[in-house]
Write a protein that binds this ligand. Structure first.
Ligand code: GDP
Length: 440
């Protein structure tokens, strides 16, 4: 996710941090570099222009130039301005009001509408609501079938009325059905073709003009960049979405599209799709997204993910363990297994701050985990609890014992150090889900 922007930003930030003092020319030079990076990463030039102007206005002030850490201040200002472009605050999904609450998803075919609908329905079901899903794509049986299968696999009720000939009739039929069964919400999937077609949009407009929809969410594929902005503009002429969902953010390597889409549509982003699986939908937090785009990691989302994945009992057990002063290699081994269970390694690593990413990202795959396990098992108990004991002759012995090389052992020790830093960082923010004790 966002690899291109993160890599380029990290070079600029390194330079910024290495400078003791900044003068106005330094700031100008840095902003020029930033401008290039943003343009190369698919951010629209107008968005770049405004963003740079905002940063400049704040960065040449006394507060920054006379600060002892001017570099950090500029980075903070940039983060703040990116956060603002991304919408500032979280925009929640509206689910209150008369039942059933109607939430319609619109977007081009392939944008991820149906998948996102499944993710949303599951999310709300997990929050204790009773959702129903319908498809209004009356012309494409395959589209209905896709939603029906998705619902079946995720435990969501699906409704169809083969007598309904238009989207409007389908929704009206579903509302009657829903009242009988007391559903809280109806999620409405709509037809989307590869291009915006007038006939389909006219059908949507008929629905929008007749039915009180609580939310109209436009799903935009983040990987299509500027194209997504054009799609948004076409939809705007017919329906006025209440918010956006950006899908496939996990595969957006350049990273600038998210900024462009949000800045240019002006609509709040409610969720971001970060994978194909049904639980891979995140509430869109502008501040966290800004941190991710800038390679500062998203420790809060990571922590929430970990928190969700372990039950209370397990948490207490681990809490005791992490009450120890330092994390050791035994803990590392266990945590490594857990991190793998939580999600794909790429996803987890994408949430880590850039400086912690290097080592950990290499521990991917079953084979590597087995190798790590073999190396740790070849150490003595004392070495496992105190890895600083492992000098070069011990490293040789461990490599021989585990059938690996000294380089493998060195790499593992480096990865362990990265991991230990991450835990410390979580503790510093007071948000370590594994430990309630202060000072760890
Ligand atoms: P629709 O035609 O708009 O309903 O799109 P689909 O829901 O059928 O999705 C099209 C493709 O995009 C499918 O292969 C989905 O698995 C994939 N997809 C949807 N959302 C995401 C996402 O957030 N991340 C990734 N990587 N793939 C996604």
């Amino acid at each position: 996710m966002f690899e291109q922007l993160i890599n380029k930003f990290s070079g600029i930030f390194k330079k910024l941090r290495s400078k003791g003092k900044l003068n106005e020319q330094d700031v100008d030079a840095i902003l020029k570099e930033l401008r290039m990076v943003l343009l190369e990463s698919d951010v629209h030039y107008r968005v770049v222009k405004d963003l740079i102007a905002q940063v400049k206005e704040r960065a040449v002030g006394k507060e920054v130039l006379e600060s002892v850490t001017p570099g950090e201040m500029v980075i903070k200002i940039l983060w703040d301005e990116i956060r603002k472009v991304l919408g500032g605050n979280v925009s929640s999904l509206e689910t209150g009001g008369a039942m059933p609450v109607l939430i319609m998803l619109v977007g081009l075919q392939g944008s991820g509408k149906t998948t996102t609908l499944g993710k949303l329905a599951v999310r709300l079901k997990n929050q204790g609501l009773f959702p129903l899903a319908i498809s209004t794509d009356t012309r494409r049986p395959a589209a209905k079938e896709q939603l029906a299968i998705l619902c079946h696999n995720s435990g969501i009720d699906f409704y169809d009325d083969t007598k309904a000939l238009t989207p409007l009739q389908m929704i009206q039929s579903a509302i009657l059905h829903s009242r009988e069964k007391s559903y809280d919400l109806i999620f409405i999937d709509t037809a989307g073709r590869l291009h915006v077609e007038e006939e389909l949009l006219a059908e949507l407009k008929e629905v929008v003009d007749t039915i009180p929809l609580k939310e109209i969410l436009l799903v935009l594929d983040a990987t299509t960049g500027q194209e997504a902005v054009k799609v948004a503009q076409s939809f705007k002429e017919w329906v006025n979405p209440t918010g956006l969902i950006l899908s496939k953010v996990d595969t957006d390597a350049r990273g600038g599209a998210v900024l462009s889409i949000v800045a240019q549509t002006g609509w709040p982003v409610k969720f971001a799709g970060v994978g194909e699986k049904v639980d891979q939908l995140e509430v869109f937090h502008p501040d966290r997204m800004a941190s991710r785009i800038m390679g500062m990691g998203d420790t809060l989302t990571l922590i929430e993910k970990i928190e969700r994945s372990i039950d209370e009992e397990e948490k207490q057990k681990i809490g005791k363990k992490f009450g120890k002063k330092e994390l050791d290699l035994n803990d590392f081994m266990e945590e490594l297994k857990r991190v793998k269970e939580i999600g794909s390694f790429d996803e987890i690593v994408g949430m880590l701050p850039g400086n912690l990413r290097g080592g950990i990202s290499q521990i991917d795959g079953e084979k590597n985990i087995k190798r790590v396990q073999a190396i740790i098992q070849s150490m003595t108990p004392a070495e496992r609890t105190n890895p600083s004991l492992i000098n070069s002759s011990r490293r040789r012995r461990v490599a021989q014992g585990s059938g690996t090389t000294i380089q493998d052992v060195n790499r593992l020790l480096k990865q362990f150090e990265d991991f230990r830093k991450l835990w410390k960082q979580m503790n510093r923010t007071g948000k370590n889900p594994f430990s309630k004790r202060k000072g760890w």
